[in-house]
Design a protein around this ligand. Structure first.
Ligand SMILES: Nc1ncnc2c1ncn2[C@@H]1O[C@H](COP(=O)(O)OP(=O)(O)O)[C@@H](O)[C@H]1O
Ligand SMILES: [Mg+2]
Length: 345
């Protein structure tokens, strides 16, 4: 592993490119890139014995709530407002309790496409049910209600009040203090360990899927991280789905067509990529020309540069998480016992 690699562009995984200068000057440079290993016809594999909860618990109001002919769309007791986010699969909008002006919810609008196909990695019912399974943890964004009509499901979530981690890192102009990173990243790992403890692997951990909640002026940037977007989540212990986002994908996910992988292990790798991006301000396996083939090659090689400013404890944790051999990679629980979290970072 080389020390002190050159600064190269980082991209917002599915949509936006970020470029980094040597002083960690992140700036948006345009739109780009699709899901790395997303559900294209080519890699949307059939799942073997998926364990997919068959139903979402009953809607609190009847399916078929209709949009009023005039004015804002209403779903049950909610009025849908402006768009606040968009990923590769869904749109997220502000939602209000009808009659109240304060935006209190985020509404993820999930097209019903694929809901009858248990084999689809994009089944919206699976997203809703697996997110629900995980949502009783401070580091997973909460679900307040779920509704649906003929075309969509509407997942009303707690509205994260400080955007997502991509936005935070985009604003940073210097590398953050490791004491802050340690406190903040611990929250991400605790959220992930919770998902794993209830039997769910996320499969799309990346900075866009970490929401932020302001919490006083304490360390850890004064922000609590919350995992969101369970669109690729699974309860399978072994999987052959090549899904997720290329820059964050573990080597074994890139070889999913050849050999099944353990999704919880690959989540830890993706979280390691997140840690690297927070500490360094660039992606560990990026290449100057953003060639997907070259990025794959780098990931499969498993070699990445660690700049000199990264501490011994942080380096050790990165190596625990970004171990190309999933059998030797630490679990999320084991990572939480790393020296990086005991004041050494
Ligand atoms: N609960 C929420 N509160 C605030 N912003 C959110 C919330 N959920 C999602 N977002 C924003 O919307 C974006 C897309 O949401 P996400 O659930 O990741 O959808 P997709 O599956 O399409 O990627 C997120 O990256 C984030 O910026
Ligand atoms: Mg997302």
């Amino acid at each position: 592993m080389a020390i002190g690699g050159p600064a190269t562009p980082v991209h917002r995984a599915d949509d936006i490119m970020i470029a980094r200068t040597p002083e960690r000057k992140l700036s948006l440079t345009g739109t780009a890139s699709t899901s790395a290993v997303g559900p294209t016809p080519e890699n949307n594999h059939k799942r073997g014995d998926d364990v997919v909860p068959s139903t979402v618990s009953a809607y609190p109001w009847p399916i078929g709530s209709r949009m009023p002919s005039r004015g804002a769309k209403r779903i049950g007791p909610f009025t849908i407002g402006d768009k606040i986010g968009e990923g590769s699969c869904a749109t997220v909008r502000k939602a209000y309790r009808t009659g109240y002006k304060t935006a209190a919810y985020a509404c993820k609008v999930l097209p019903r496409v694929g809901e009858r196909d248990n084999a689809s990695v994009l089944n919206p019912l699976r997203e809703i049910s697996l997110h629900r399974l995980c949502s009783s943890h401070p580091n997973v964004v909460g679900i307040e209600a779920v509704a649906g009509d003929d075309t969509n499901h509407y997942m009303f979530q707690h509205l994260a009040n400080s955007g997502d981690l991509f936005d935070l890192l985009d604003k940073l102009r210097t590398n953050p203090r490791e004491t802050d990173v340690s406190k903040f990243f611990k929250g991400i790992l605790e959220g992930l360990a919770h998902c794993h403890a209830v039997g769910v692997a996320h499969r799309d951990i990346k900075i866009e899927n970490v929401l932020l909640e302001k919490e006083g002026e304490g360390g850890g940037f004064g922000l609590r991280p919350m995992l969101c977007d369970f669109g690729f989540a699974t309860t399978d212990e072994w999987s052959s789905d090549a899904c997720g986002t290329l820059d964050y994908a573990a080597p074994e996910v890139l070889k999913a067509k050849v050999r099944p992988y353990q999704p919880q292990k690959s989540d830890v790798w993706s979280a390691g990529v997140v840690l690297y991006v927070i500490l360094v301000g660039s992606l560990p396996f990026e290449v100057a020309n953003n060639s997907k083939r070259e990025i794959r090659r780098r990931i499969l090689n498993g070699a990445f540069d660690i700049p000199r400013h990264v501490s011994k404890e942080a380096t050790e944790l990165l190596q625990m998480m970004l171990n190309p051999n999933p059998d030797l990679r630490s679990t999320a629980e084991e990572c939480l016992r790393a020296a990086f979290f005991s004041g050494g970072g």
